[in-house]
Ligand binder design. Sequence first.
Ligand code: AMP
Length: 189
Amino acid sequence: MLNLIIFGPPGAGKGTQAILLAKKYKLTHLSSGDLLRQELKNGELGKKIKGYQDAGKLVPDSIIIKMMENAVAKNIKGKGFIFDGYPRNPRQAKHLDKFLKGNRLNINAVFNLKLSQEEAAKRIILRGKTSGRSDDNLKTINNRYKVYRKQTAPLLEYYKAQKKVINIDGRPEIKLISKEINTSITKLK
Ligand code: AMP
């Protein structure tokens, strides 16, 4: 099994690369943001989720951790996972490690897509024109970036300690980034 995390600030291109990886290695693509958006029509829970997303804040761990564990359990017999947007804080990472370990699995690599806040914001604004996402606007983006720096970026230290972080320049065109990631995968032990 190949279990990967695609990491980086909002707008870095995680979703795009996750889709390509899922296709190439037949992995299950688990995007926490997409899974949450699928719940938006779900009454009270949907309302709660939308509130956090529109504010650019993280949805509480009590909601997201269960959601992701269920999604992993459902696809445990597959070829592996590409986690996109998850984990987003140390607590989620520890839960994920524990859950995978319980199934005799582990994370093989964390691809850290590096992109400046300015570049990422530009991309999100552009995406906002077609995505229909209510959180793809300048005000929410700034908050999402703050949350990334405060709560999510520290996770890099957690995975560096496990020697799993592979830094990738997020600026080039999609194909070049994908090629670099694929080359790194062939070198994984
Ligand atoms: P994304 O599609 O990954 O940009 O996520 C959009 C929004 O969904 C985030 O700004 C959060 O409100 C929420 N979200 C996505 N993934 C997580 C997560 N792992 N933990 C908490 N909230 C999340």
